[in-house]
Design a protein around this ligand. Structure first.
Ligand SMILES: Cc1cc2nc3c(=O)[nH]c(=O)nc-3n(C[C@H](O)[C@H](O)[C@H](O)COP(=O)(O)O)c2cc1C
Length: 370
């Protein structure tokens, strides 16, 4: 082989590697335009000029922007003349992480709260009614003419997100903590705010123990993987699930992400992330239900959503860290640690100041209207 052929061979290799790298980048960016468009579309500001069925559809859009466990969006909506009914979609339940449907009903509660907060924008007042235990779990929201009013919580519906990035470690002024606490209390639901490091660290160790147990459970990992969306195109195609970017991970083509997940993600890597996230936060909020039943889970979901809207309205970020309530032995230890007796700790949410994260998507409104 002469010098010239070595040079030509080298150039060809570099060109092939560069072409492969460019191809990989283009592949991983596939769908980015549609993702941006979808994210901006679903989070456009509320249109207060709408009335009738168009206003009801706008209320449904608000409901769908609520938090839901694994972004499963386990809901459908039936529109009536003077009511909106949220129908649970049990085909979207997560039997491993949420065996008793606590999170599913909390998600319905979060959706209901967005409707309650947005109703006044359309000159309506909303009353949430929940059928009794043993019923099919529908949540009926009666709508009656009311005073028209804009509110900071209604305006925050399109800007709220679970912000999973690192926060900046700054503490929160007592007056703002009071606002968060007031928003996070509900019917049969209380909130415990922890801002002292020893108390935060005690809960953090239960979160880490819960996370370690979840990552040792192949059924938990399989369920999680089912709801992960690795790439833009993947996220846009379903409009649901946990998109990589929202957790601070890179967007990858779905087949690559799926193949890498088992090798890259581990209890150790996730525990390190959780520790850093908690260390960067101003505090933890624990939501607590008086009774352990659907009615209270719904109320806890409403309380979380109100808390998150209030936080958004005053520039505070928040995100769930529910490992300590999802794993039963850790949930019992958490109840003991906080002296809750028979009451159920529903969620653990960290809060603080930080930057926005990329948006998660939703299925189109037309797809969830029954
Ligand atoms: C009941 C419930 C439990 C949740 N648990 C977690 C959790 O443990 N960890 C997490 O990162 N997000 C959790 N989430 C947040 C959802 O993943 C999030 O709401 C969803 O991905 C949509 O994103 P968005 O809230 O930013 O719009 C939970 C949400 C709800 C309603």
């Amino acid at each position: 082989m002469n010098r010239r052929s070595i040079v030509i061979g080298g150039v060809a290799t570099v060109a092939t590697v560069a072409a492969a790298a460019t191809g990989a980048v283009l592949w991983s960016r596939q769908g980015i335009g549609q993702w941006r468009e979808a994210a901006a579309g679903i989070r456009r500001p509320l249109n207060a000029d709408l009335s009738g069925t168009a206003a009801l559809a706008e209320l449904v859009r608000c409901a769908t922007l609520a938090a839901s466990s694994h972004n499963t969006q386990p809901w459908r909506f039936a529109l009536g003349d003077s009511a909106l009914t949220i129908v649970p979609d049990f085909s979207r339940r997560c039997p491993v992480v949420d065996p008793d449907d606590h999170h599913l009903f909390a998600s319905l509660g979060a959706a209901a709260e967005n409707i309650v907060q947005a109703a006044a924008v359309f000159g309506l007042s909303a009353t949430v009614r929940f059928a009794d235990e043993g019923d099919d779990g529908r949540v009926r929201i009666d709508l009656a003419p009311g005073a028209s009013a804009a509110s900071p919580l209604a305006a925050a519906i399109v800007g709220r997100q679970c912000c999973r990035g690192l926060y900046d470690g700054r503490g929160i002024a007592p007056a703002d903590l009071d606002l968060l606490a007031a928003a996070g209390r509900g019917d049969g639901v209380d909130i415990v705010l922890l801002t002292e490091r020893p108390a935060i660290n005690a809960v953090a160790s239960l979160i880490i123990a819960g996370n370690t147990a979840q990552f040792a459970d192949p059924t938990f990992l399989a369920e999680l993987k089912h709801w992960l969306r690795f790439g833009y195109a993947d996220a846009v195609a379903t409009g649901d699930g946990l998109f990589s970017l929202t957790s601070g991970n890179p967007a990858l083509p779905a087949p690559v992400g799926r193949a890498l997940f088992d090798y890259v993600v581990s209890a150790a890597s996730e525990n390190a992330k959780c520790r850093a996230q908690i260390a960067s936060s101003a505090g933890l909020a624990v939501f607590v239900s008086e009774r352990d039943d659907r009615r209270h889970w719904l109320s806890a979901g409403r309380a979380y959503q109100r808390f998150a809207l209030r936080a958004t309205a005053i520039g505070i970020k928040q995100a769930f860290l529910n490992q300590a309530v999802e794993v039963l032995p850790q949930r019992r230890r958490l109840a003991e640690l906080l002296g809750l007796g028979a009451r159920r700790p529903d969620f653990v949410v960290r809060f603080g100041y930080g930057a926005d994260m990329p948006w998660s998507l939703r299925r189109p409104v037309a797809e969830v209207i029954a």
